[in-house]
Design a protein around this ligand. Structure first.
Ligand code: ADP
Ligand code: MG
Length: 364
């Protein structure tokens, strides 16, 4: 089922006495989610992710704009008639019910033509449990499960109604690191298998990048960029997106373009053909540095961290906006990272230039 968001806007009344202006939780969000895709909705806390999800599932009504499932306008449709499965940010299983009863629960509430027979309900419950591999746990209570197992029960409960659309709001936030990784791979597998159009909300860029077909980066209720994870990483439209994606984060410098050349401090580091003379903000990805004896960028070496396959070089530079420049180079180069200074050449594709005021990208 494709989902169309059309100029979707949600404002909340301000609770702030000083400012009477409404909070724009989601502002003019237009996007068509293709059928069967997994879309990652990504942004810092408070940027409007949960509000967007609640609008799609129908728990809240938009201030303006429309939502379509396929060709149907569902904007006025109550949540129970939309055919969505949802896992909430703070999912809660019913503690007094067994796993099986928890999964079964949404089916028992179906009315009219949707009503199922006992054996149909039983079958659906077993199918959903099988899909998330908790067949063995059906008679346990939630308190007898690990966090990851509880999470799977919550997902099974969202899947049991065979929704056209699956909405997951930070579903992994309560899990430890290893389990997060495992569960996210599992969600991806289940999504591929069922081909349910899925919106996955997270503030964790790595999670969004690894699981999504498409990511949507939001800030203050406004969509910044939509694209395939690699495209958005390689070609962010502004400084916010550039900084939000990537670990270690992009290195931000104060720079200057003069005579078609990019300068960091006094050093000419890259050709900037066709860019007018101006002060700029420069982002360099950690993997954009190449150790080179006579390289144009000279940094003061702080330390070298061995990470096995790679080494991370920590250094400082007068034009750097922050405490330490982090670059990642092949471990074979470790011998060259000794002494008081390190010299780098830069990979042009990994150097991004932004307008100093608007922070919009300047394309080279
Ligand atoms: P996220 O899920 O990205 O952390 P939310 O969608 O929950 O963000 O919130 C977006 C903005 O809308 C925040 O500024 C939040 O305070 C505000 N907001 C969310 N729900 C309400 C509400 N029911 N009443 C007033 N403001 C709200
Ligand atoms: Mg939220």
């Amino acid at each position: 089922m494709k989902i169309v968001l059309q100029n979707l806007t949600k404002k909340f009344p301000s609770r702030n006495r000083k400012s009477r202006e409404d909070v724009i939780a989601v502002g003019d969000f237009t996007f068509e989610i293709p059928d069967g895709m997994l879309v990652g909705l990504l942004g810092p806390s408070g940027c409007g992710k949960s509000t967007t999800l609640n609008l799609i599932c129908g728990l809240i009504k938009p201030t303006s704009g429309k939502i379509f499932f396929g060709d149907n306008d569902v904007t006025e449709l109550p949540p129970e008639n939309r055919g969505v499965g949802m896992v909430f940010q703070n999912y809660a299983l019913y503690p007094h019910l067994t796993v099986k009863q928890n999964i079964l629960f949404p089916l028992q509430n179906l009315k009219g033509k949707d009503k199922l027979s006992k054996s149909e309900m039983e079958n659906r419950t077993l199918e959903a449990a099988h899909l998330v591999q908790i067949d063995e746990l059906m008679e346990r209570k939630p308190s007898e499960l690990s966090g990851g197992q509880q999470q799977r029960v919550a997902i099974a409960r969202a899947l049991v109604k065979m929704p056209h659309v699956l909405l997951l709001d930070e579903p992994l936030s309560n899990l430890d690191a290893r389990l997060r990784l495992q569960t996210r791979e599992e969600i991806r597998k289940i999504q591929r298998k069922t081909k349910i159009t899925t919106v996955f909300v997270t503030h964790d860029q790595e999670e969004a990048m690894s699981i999504s077909d498409i990511i949507v980066v939001m800030k203050d209720g406004i969509v910044q960029q939509i694209g395939k994870p690699q495209e958005v990483y390689d070609s962010p439209v502004n400084l916010f997106v550039a900084k939000f994606l990537g670990t270690p984060p992009i290195n931000v410098f104060h720079g200057r373009v003069k005579d078609n050349t990019l300068y960091l401090g006094d050093s000419p580091v890259l050709a900037a053909e066709g860019v007018a003379d101006q002060e700029v903000t420069v982002g360099i990805r950690p993997e954009g540095f190449v150790l080179q004896e006579k390289g144009p960028l000279c940094c003061k070496l702080v330390q070298v961290e061995v990470m096995g396959r790679d080494i991370s070089i920590v250094s400082t530079h007068e034009a750097f906006d922050g405490t330490a420049v982090r670059s990642i180079v092949d471990a074979e180069n470790s011998l060259h990272a000794a002494g008081e200074y390190v010299h780098f050449a830069l990979k042009p594709k990994k150097v991004l230039i932004f307008n100093k005021e608007t922070e919009e990208r300047i394309y080279l």
